[in-house]
Design a protein around this ligand. Structure first.
Ligand code: ADP
Length: 514
């Protein structure tokens, strides 16, 4: 039988990768490039669309070369992308009005604060839309507990509406197009044929209503978001994504799935059952719990997102996010704390403790349980005896502490019996961090052989769609677990005082930029 090949393209915030799998989910070719982030003004975090496009075309080319395959031999393609990062462009000319404004960008911070301060008041002001929201208690709970945040698209798009005149004029002439990264990529890769977003990416914008599965009318009217500029929202897999332009890689490749990276990684980790939980430690940290057919109404900041929709199958996920993880590692590397992230676990273990130094990882503020986007980052407690190794250990410990805090929120908001976390993402290569996560959460942590779960998840969905994989049980049987980290209760005990001191330090950093 002729072998089937699935090509995946995953656009993270740190890494762009293309991985080609065979029908046994073995990797036959792979290429990786770095996402170049631009910081033109403090707080701004942008991606240049031309640079990104060049990288995307390049990684797919290289992956095909590595696999010694031509585009014509690829059965189908799946795409996963970072969420909430967006761009706007002219329908007529295709020219962008600005660079990608990423989910890590803080330019709308003032708007975020303003709206969070007057949220209830403003909701009352908008009349029928709000009465509608209030009349549905579950929806109101989800909307009221959660604050507006910088990492949702809503406020940054509102900022564009206020500040980019060209976009404003284009909206009036019906010449404006909006797209999160997936939408823009689908548009470009198909030769401007489709303007679509799947439900999982749409649900991470902040203006998609997971209860009605449509763009939220109340958000359109509150924030002046132009409905005409928005993409059509579609199922996560199917032939509606058409195929790639033949001139890109020599032949058209059918695109059969486009999904948000976090829920792609739920597929990669086979989190198919209600209560299954995965943890991604990439640029940020993301806990995702499968909550089945119902969106999760939050009590402390877990966000309800759509996992995927495949015809009648709709799966929601409760998500706890901590925006800074690999971004902290990258920064620490840039300032010279170490040369290579792979060395950091050994460096941390070369000292018995941090010598009383703590690190607060809040470059984009702090998510649950603080939900404080005015928090500051920094080292606390440095002394003349502090060495680089202490600082490295403090940084790594802080990533595990934040992850454990997120897990406590998960426990407080859900009633599932968790015993195992399925892990992925670049930072999951770090034995020191992962072992500490197991110790502090008291859960077994399973690290798979391949930690590129978004790519594998894409391959799973595409293969499932095409009948290459017959069932979810078959996918589970293909799952390859590499290392299992078992919790050590005595270590948890020895960290009790340290975590309490660290939490004191964090509290001092909250509200810093008020
Ligand atoms: P994303 O998918 O969000 O783009 P990745 O999951 O690809 O990010 O993570 C890549 C990052 O993981 C690297 O840039 C590096 O900073 C970090 N990383 C990789 N290996 C290690 C390690 N052993 N220890 C700590 N961090 C690591």
């Amino acid at each position: 039988m002729e072998e089937k090949y699935i090509l995946t393209l995953d656009i993270g915030t740190t890494t762009i990768r293309s991985v080609i799998y065979n029908s046994r989910t073995e990797i036959v070719g792979k290429a990786v490039d770095q996402v170049v982030l631009h910081y033109p003004i403090p707080g701004y975090v942008e991606i240049d669309p031309d640079e990104l496009w060049k990288s995307i075309v390049g990684v797919v080319d290289t992956a095909l070369q590595n696999a010694k395959l031509s585009a014509a031999q690829i059965t189908a393609m799946g795409i996963s992308t970072q969420r909430s990062t967006f761009i706007t462009w002219s329908r007529q000319t295709g020219k962008p009005f600005h660079r990608f404004i990423t989910w890590k960008d803080l330019r709308a911070d003032e708007l975020v604060k303003e709206w969070n301060d007057s949220y209830t008041w403003r909701l009352i002001k908008v009349g029928s839309y709000v009465l509608y929201m209030l009349s549905r208690s579950k929806r109101f709970r989800a909307g009221s507990v959660l604050k507006f945040t910088n990492n949702q698209t809503t406020m940054r798009l509102n900022w564009v509406l206020h500040n980019i005149q060209e976009f404003k004029s284009a909206v009036q002439k019906n010449d404006a197009m909006f797209g999160t990264l997936d939408t823009w990529l689908l548009y470009k890769i198909t030769g401007n044929k489709i303007h679509m977003s799947d439900v999982s990416s749409a649900s991470a914008t902040g203006f998609f209503d997971p209860f009605t599965m449509q763009w939220a009318g109340w958000a359109m009217s509150l924030f002046g978001i132009p409905m005409g500029a928005l993409p059509t929202v579609v199922d996560t897999a199917g032939d509606h994504f058409t195929s790639t332009s033949p001139e890109l890689w020599g032949s058209a490749i059918p695109i059969r799935s486009c999904i948000a990276d976090q829920t792609a990684s739920m597929w990669g980790s086979c989190c198919f059952n209600v209560g299954d939980i995965k943890l991604t430690m990439g640029t940020g940290t993301f806990f995702n719990i499968n909550t089945g057919r119902s969106p999760h109404a939050s009590a402390s900041g877990l966000y309800p997102v759509v996992g995927w929709r495949l015809g009648d199958e709709i799966v929601f996920s409760a998500e706890g996010a901590n925006n800074d993880t690999a971004s902290i590692i990258k920064w620490a590397q840039n300032i010279g704390l170490f040369d290579n992230p792979q060395d950091t676990a050994d460096i941390a273990m070369s000292v018995p403790d941090t010598d009383g130094v703590f690190f607060i990882p809040a470059f984009s503020g702090l998510g649950p349980p603080y939900n404080d986007f005015t928090a500051a980052s920094g080292f606390v407690g440095m002394k003349p005896s502090t060495t680089k190794a202490h600082l490295v250990r403090a940084v790594l410990e802080s990533l595990a502490f934040r992850t454990a805090q997120l897990y406590t929120c998960v426990l407080s908001e859900t009633s599932y019996n968790f015993s195992t976390i399925r892990l992925d993402g670049g930072v999951s290569n770090n034995d020191f961090v992962v072992q500490l996560v197991a110790d502090l959460t008291g859960l077994k942590v399973e690290r798979p052989v391949q930690v590129e779960m978004s790519s594998l998840g894409c391959a799973h969905i595409v293969g499932f769609q095409l009948g290459i994989f017959k069932s979810k049980d078959e996918l589970k049987s293909l799952r390859k677990i590499g290392t299992v980290f078992t919790p050590r209760p005595q270590v948890k005990k020895s960290y009790e005082k340290i975590v309490t001191r660290w939490e004191d330090a964090v509290k001092r950093m909250c509200g810093w930029y008020l």
